[in-house]
Design a protein. Structure first.
Length: 347
């Protein structure tokens, strides 16, 4: 699978571009502490990784870690030092930026494992991010930290929203007050997070940041865009993983095993996300082959957004796209089939 990183941009391809390195690191650290924009803290690192050589990409990771440690120490002195929060914050930031740059720009030297197919790097990085999130949630819950307070405030907001939706219906309102308590909502959130929710969140975060980073790299550095979802093919062995994960879910229900259920659900969700990317690639392939006007292409994009945002319909639409991706295991929906390794799941 071809990586996005160009190898021959200039005569300085083996050196480190210092200014982009320091700028990307500083902006990334600023974004993760910016509140609403923290979700996009990986983009600056992605732009550097997609625009410059691997040494610059990994130097940016080291610079970002160093800047983050210094700022964290400075803030700890000002607001009070919490060793647990300090370590978790440093570890989370370091893990996420390292995993993200690994997806875009695997190192040239080192074990061959580090240079596996991009889709495998994407999956492993997402799994690491999900485990990190769950670990932070577990530690925070035991220590009753601010992270737990944020989750509880979200649960209370959802509880108030559902209760208010009952309007003046006293019976329905009473029912919702008993069933939609913040504690029950938090229990459902934990249940979903353990059974694939954290993994999906991590994959979506990496995907969106990667796509935006590559788009900015094309605009800023005028790098030719690489093939996206249209050329992505899931590993052929994935259908066996999907089959065994479904079997594992059913077996966990019979045996009443929560550990087996958590493992099986995460594998099932992982397969679904990869096949969702493949199904999206099939749709893009057919749209690209049609001679649609710009207006019709815009309407298709609006329709897709409406389907995703519509409750109930979005689940059916996403399920149909996943089934479309699975069907390509037996039906050559994109012909001629690409020769060579498939692309990474990024549009």
């Amino acid at each position: 699978m071809a990586d996005f990183v160009p190898e021959d941009l200039s005569a300085e391809q083996y050196g480190i571009s210092v200014l982009p390195c320091l700028t990307g690191a500083a902006v990334s650290v600023a974004l993760i502490r910016s509140g609403p924009l923290a979700f996009f803290f990986l983009i600056p690192l992605g732009v550097v990784a997609a625009s410059y050589n691997r040494r610059t990409a990994w130097a940016t990771v080291l610079a970002a870690v160093g800047i983050n440690v210094l700022i964290s120490l400075g803030l700890s002195v000002i607001v009070g030092f919490d060793f647990g929060a300090f370590v978790l914050g440093i570890f989370y930031f370091t893990l996420m930026i390292t995993a993200f740059v690994w997806i875009l720009s695997p190192p040239v030297f080192g074990p061959a494992f580090l240079r596996i197919r991009t889709v495998y790097r994407f999956v492993l990085a997402s799994a690491a991010g999900a485990l990190m999130f769950l670990g932070i949630a577990y530690v925070s819950e035991r220590n009753n930290s601010g992270f737990t307070a944020i989750l509880r405030s979200q649960a209370e907001m959802l509880s108030s929203f559902y209760i208010a939706s009952a309007g003046t219906d006293a019976v329905q309102q009473s029912f919702l007050e008993r069933q939609m308590t913040p504690d029950k909502i938090m229990a459902v959130m934990n249940f979903i997070a353990l059974r694939g929710g954290a993994l999906v969140s991590s994959m979506v975060m990496f995907y969106i940041n990667r796509r935006l980073a590559c788009s900015f790299a094309v605009l800023i550095r005028h790098i030719p865009p690489k093939p996206g979802l249209r050329d992505f093919h899931a590993p052929v062995q994935l259908i066996w993983v999907l089959s065994f994960s479904i079997l594992g879910v059913l077996l966990a229900q019979v045996l009443k095993s929560s550990i087996l259920g958590i493992a099986a659900w995460n594998m099932l969700v992982l397969c679904a996300m990869v096949y969702l990317a493949q199904g999206g690639g099939i749709i893009q392939y057919f749209l690209a082959r049609q001679n649609f006007s710009p207006f019709m292409r815009l309407m298709f994009n609006v329709l897709i957004i409406l389907l995703i945002l519509s409750p109930g319909i979005n689940a059916l639409a996403l399920g149909a796209v996943i089934l479309l991706g699975i069907a390509e295991n037996w039906v050559p929906l994109r012909t001629p089939k690409l020769n060579g390794p498939p692309s990474t799941p990024a549009a």
